[in-house]
Design a protein around this ligand. Structure first.
Ligand code: ADP
Ligand code: ASP
Ligand code: MG
Length: 411
């Protein structure tokens, strides 16, 4: 008998029939003798629908009211799922984030969890109930509703598992595990039985939305056993492991992540003097805009070019900042491109293999894909390319690093 935290994403609770199917699965877990805390997302499409309603009223609604609005999606599913469980004779009780008391900071729309009071949940578990918790939401110290950022129900689940010292946190979704790359983009993508925590963290931060980054961070910090599996079919899914990778035989590359959410800006002909990076990037960070990749070219004639990427939603604002700065600095030009994509190869095996970058560049060059920026770390290499080549690039890299399935090889 184990204590399990099971999270079901939007598609898994996307209709009454699916909610009933989740209830069947939970009753089976109960009948097997497990204690279960279940975290649910809003029904699929609901969070987007609520955001669109707000945007019909104004372009930039206040974050506090946004949280009041978008948190309603999850409140619907906890009630419906609890009813479906009760109909099956399985005792259940729903909780909003604030009723559990998932305490967060006050950073509306991207709040961080600070503390979880597990007493109410424990009380219900002791009485044999299934505890049904709304994902994605919490409450700040002043009683305001907060949310944890898109995909935040994953983080709720892992945080509850940490607080309750659960035996496993199981993320049920619409794919049967973590794949070598998004299986919706590459047919030949292969499910991984295991992936190291470090690799999962890179994959999530480089754009694989199968798990929210903070959920992976939380799992690492509190050593939460984490598994991704399908709501629709049986299977072991993918286990995120913490064991020392050096003892295991590792492939050079474990997965490919990509991200279409970025935009690139270049300010050229700026004076090549100490402090220039600060002059350019400080006003950007003061405007609360996060910068990802940065490249400064070798200067000539005491002038240089500076290129960096930001989230695509921040493109227009960043460009305005740079235009203003360009006249102050006497820069030659500001250029921008919001039709780029970032593709990354990830693998702890890179540590012990040389020539990985060359193999990556060769695969892209064979397809005639121009690399616009490059950045590397110990276990990943990322390149920025034109968005229109994204799928081609991912497929080319997938086969260059031999990540495909045995069946696709036979084809
Ligand atoms: P949920 O609503 O259950 O939270 P998400 O849509 O957030 O589901 O995450 C699951 C999706 O993540 C899959 O449908 C898949 O398209 C996408 N995905 C991206 N990269 C990967 C990957 N490497 N492995 C598996 N799924 C991936
Ligand atoms: N419903 C929220 C979203 O769509 C949270 C989640 O699904 O994890 O982002
Ligand atoms: Mg998700």
């Amino acid at each position: 008998m184990a204590l399990l935290v099971q999270k079901f994403g939007g598609t898994s609770v996307g209709s009454v029939e699916r909610i009933e199917a989740v209830a069947d699965r939970l009753c089976r877990s109960r009948n097997d003798g497990h204690d279960v805390v279940v975290v649910v997302s809003a029904m699929s499409g609901e969070t987007n629908r609520l955001i669109a309603l707000a945007n019909d009223i104004m372009e930039e609604p206040t974050p506090r009211e946004m949280d009041v609005l978008v948190s309603t999606g999850e409140q619907v599913t906890i009630a419906l799922l609890s009813m479906a469980l009760q109909k099956r004779g399985c005792e259940a009780r729903s909780y909003t984030g604030s009723q559990v008391r998932i305490l967060t900071d006050s950073a509306h729309t991207k709040a961080r969890i600070q503390d979880i009071d597990e007493r109410n949940m424990r009380g219900d578990l002791d009485k044999g109930r299934v505890v049904v918790v709304a994902g994605f939401q919490g409450v700040d110290e002043h009683g305001n509703i907060t949310t944890l950022g898109r995909g935040g129900s994953d983080t709720t689940a892992v945080a509850l598992a940490a607080a309750l010292k659960a035996d496993e946190c199981q993320i049920y979704t619409d794919v049967d595990g973590v794949y070598t790359t998004d299986p919706r983009v590459v047919d030949a993508a292969r499910r991984l039985d295991r992936i190291t925590f470090e690799e999962m963290l890179e994959m999530a931060s480089l754009g694989s939305k199968v798990l929210q980054i903070r959920a992976v961070e939380f799992a690492g910090k509190y050593n939460v056993p984490l598994r991704v599996l399908s709501s629709f079919k049986e299977g072991e899914g993918t286990l995120i492991t913490f064991e020392d990778e050096s003892t295991m035989e590792q492939p050079v590359v474990s997965g490919i992540a990509f991200n279409r959410d970025e935009a690139k800006l270049t300010i050229s002909g700026v004076p090549d003097t100490p402090g220039i990076a600060l002059r350019i990037l400080k006003p950007v960070s003061d405007a609360n805009i996060e910068v990802d990749m940065i490249v400064q070219n070798v200067g000539a004639d005491n002038h240089t070019d500076f290129t960096f990427t930001v989230h695509r939603n921040d493109f227009r604002r960043t460009r305005e900042i740079l235009d203003k700065l360009a006249s102050e600095l006497g820069a030659r030009e500001v250029a921008g491109d919001d039709r780029i994509a970032k593709v990354s190869i990830v693998g702890v095996g890179m540590r012990s293999h040389a020539g990985v970058a060359t193999r990556m560049f060769e695969a892209l060059s064979n397809e005639g894909i121009n690399i616009r920026m490059i950045s590397t770390s110990e276990i990943k290499i990322s390149v920025v390319i034109d968005e229109k080549y994204l799928e081609l690039a991912v497929r080319a890299l997938h086969s260059a690093f031999e990540l495909h399935t045995a069946e696709s090889e036979a084809r």
